[in-house]
Ligand binder design. Structure first.
Ligand code: GUN
Length: 276
């Protein structure tokens, strides 16, 4: 049976340390989250971020807009937050409604306040092998989790399923930085199972239940980034946990694996931006 990569436990440990550190600060870090529309999943994520921030002493503020908001109004708000000395981290919850350009909105965030690491400046730094102000939260959380369990990355074949800007692309680069051999698969990949079978570490970030035991080699490390509700309303990940956990060496559960690590990274990034 695979060892569980327990993100919930590691989150408690890291955030406990961070809370002690923040308690010694005269001025507190602050995180501002912008939420557009009323996507139920986004609402849960955003409230979770605010609650966690407040639990550890970070000042947190959610600014909400109806999905009908005009793009210029949003851009003006970000401009004002960039100039506000009391705001040190800005997160615009994605996805945004179709009439708003995600790129324009993200480009507007001051890279020094870009807590997701999504601006072209920070992304460019990451991809050129330089230090961005902060690293994107989900890939950063995955590395923290793998490191906690002393899982070797150097020289390993890391197969990433999914090529999003939030997970797949930055994860690939961060794994290259750690000297992994990286393959990125996506919806147009032919013979996916032939590739996933060669993974030492498999990271799936698709949002569909696609990873089965027969697609993996025995002893591989499995990281499940997907989270969604199935037809019966149960929370599921990309991986068939019940069967894959019988052959993997390590596996992250859903919930309780990568999700808590993403929020942990967000808190770490908020404090890093504050200190910078
Ligand atoms: N939506 C889903 N994941 C994320 C994330 O990591 N950052 C932002 N801003 N939006 C998201």
């Amino acid at each position: 049976m695979a060892i569980i990569l327990d993100g919930k436990k590691l989150k408690e440990k890291i955030l406990g340390d961070l809370k002690s550190k923040i308690s010694l600060m005269d001025k507190k870090p602050s995180l501002t989250v912008i939420l557009v529309g009323n996507d139920p999943a986004s609402l849960i994520y955003v409230n979770n971020k605010k609650r966690t921030a407040e639990e550890i002493g970070i000042n947190s503020n959610i600014i909400t807009y109806p999905s009908s908001v005009n793009e210029d109004e949003l851009l003006n708000k970000i401009h004002a937050l960039n100039k506000d000395e009391n705001v040190n981290a800005i997160l615009v919850q994605l996805p945004l409604p179709g009439h708003i350009s995600k790129d324009k909105v993200i480009n507007m965030i001051d890279p020094k306040k870009d807590v997701d690491g999504f601006t072209p400046y920070n992304f460019g730094k990451l991809f050129s092998g330089e230090e961005p102000f902060v690293y994107p939260c989900t890939p950063k959380g995955i590395l923290l989790l793998l490191d906690e369990y002393n899982i070797e990355i150097d020289g390993k074949h890391v197969v990433i399923v999914g090529r999003s800007n939030i997970v797949g692309k930055p994860m690939a680069q961060m794994m290259l930085n750690r000297n992994a051999t990286v393959t990125v698969c996506h919806s147009h990949t032919k013979n996916l199972a032939d590739i996933t079978k060669t993974a030492d570490i498999l990271i799936s970030a698709v949002g569909e239940n696609i990873i089965e035991e027969k697609m993996l080699k025995s002893g591989c490390v499995v990281v499940d980034v997907g989270i969604f509700k199935d037809a019966a309303g149960r929370t599921r990940g990309d991986v068939d946990f019940e069967n894959v956990s019988k052959i993997a060496s390590y596996i992250s559960p859903v919930p309780g694996g990568v999700g808590p690590m993403t929020i942990t990274s967000l808190m770490l990034n908020t404090v890093e931006l504050f200190e910078k």
